[in-house]
Design a protein around this ligand. Structure first.
Ligand code: ATP
Ligand code: MG
Length: 286
């Protein structure tokens, strides 16, 4: 009668074991596991630690020999190739933007995003988004190119987001925007472009959800297993007048680290981002 109770697995990993396995990238399910006694637990811990360490070393070896590049870099290449293949033009714009550019995006004092901006001492800031630069280029390129045409940028953005499992202070945004298709085609085109990016990113399962954004009003989010990987919007939009844009547009902004997190099943975004503790998701104190 007492035998059953004694055999019930109740023992958790120690805090140190759990921390170690988390760093090594263990499946979160394993970290919740229960064991019948300390010997069984410690053996399971050692086995998994060895497996993960071996896999990490193998990954570092592949990086060392050049047989692979960091996933963030590979993802950037894959997304860029897919968009160029679809006729989009890649652009590269400044990381430092003016306070006026934010104001023209409707990000003024009292606006929640305003609190997340990293200010430089000359009134400029590190861009928290790509939209102001892309708005400017759309207007200028519209004088040269027949519509519709599309542009995209992939590069760093900065936000003082409260650190959590899915926010980084510096992350990589893909923002694509297409100008000049008839407004009635907007929603369909948005879905088509979302599908193009998700296929290039290697994420098969996702949902589209209609939400409200502080900056753009009604938005459509691309969500993977409950986590937002993209916010997308449609113009004409009230902000367009600030940028001299009169044609309809479709725009989508993806976080590359969020895409990696979704695809690789990382429980924490830190593994996907720029880091000194990880190289391409491999913990360096193996
Ligand atoms: P969230 O609500 O998740 O904080 P958001 O709606 O504020 O994100 P957007 O302004 O819609 O973010 O930015 C577009 C995309 O950029 C997001 O869908 C997400 O993939 C990515 N992103 C935004 N903020 C961060 C961050 N701090 N760290 C990593 N990725 C981010
Ligand atoms: Mg969003």
């Amino acid at each position: 009668m007492t035998g059953d109770a004694a055999d019930t697995p109740r023992l958790r990993l120690t805090a140190t074991q759990e921390q170690r396995l988390r760093e090594l990238g263990a499946d979160p399910g394993f970290l919740e596991g229960r064991f019948v006694d300390a010997a069984t637990r410690d053996a399971a811990f050692t086995r998994l630690q060895d497996d993960l360490t071996r896999a990490g070393r193998e990954h570092l070896r592949e990086l060392r020999t050049g047989s692979r590049l960091p996933r963030l870099v590979e993802l950037e290449h894959a997304l860029s190739a897919a968009l160029v293949g679809a006729g989009f033009v890649r652009v590269v714009t400044p990381l430092m933007i003016s306070s006026d550019a934010l104001r023209r995006m409707g990000v003024e004092h009292g606006h929640p995003l305003r609190e997340q901006v990293f200010w430089l001492d000359d009134g400029r800031c590190l861009r928290p988004m790509l939209a102001p630069n892309l708005y400017t280029l759309l207007r200028r390129l519209g004088r040269h190119w027949a519509k519709p045409f599309g542009i995209f940028e992939i590069g760093p953005c900065f936000r003082r987001d409260t650190k959590g499992a899915s926010h980084l202070n510096e992350f990589t945004m893909l923002n694509l925007v297409e100008l000049g298709r008839p407004e009635r085609e907007g929603r369909g085109r948005l879905e088509e472009l979302a599908a193009l990016v998700m296929a290039a990113a290697g994420v098969a399962e996702y949902d589209l959800e209609v939400t409200e954004s502080e900056v753009y009003g009604a938005m459509i989010d691309v969500v993977v297993a409950g986590a937002e990987v993209c916010s997308a919007g449609l113009g004409p939009h009230p902000l367009d007048g600030n940028w001299g844009i009169v044609d309809p547009w479709v725009g989508l902004g993806f976080g590359l680290e969020r895409l990696l997190m979704a695809r690789e099943g990382y429980p924490n975004i830190e593994r996907a981002g720029r880091s000194l503790s990880y190289l391409d998701g491999v913990r360096l104190n193996l």
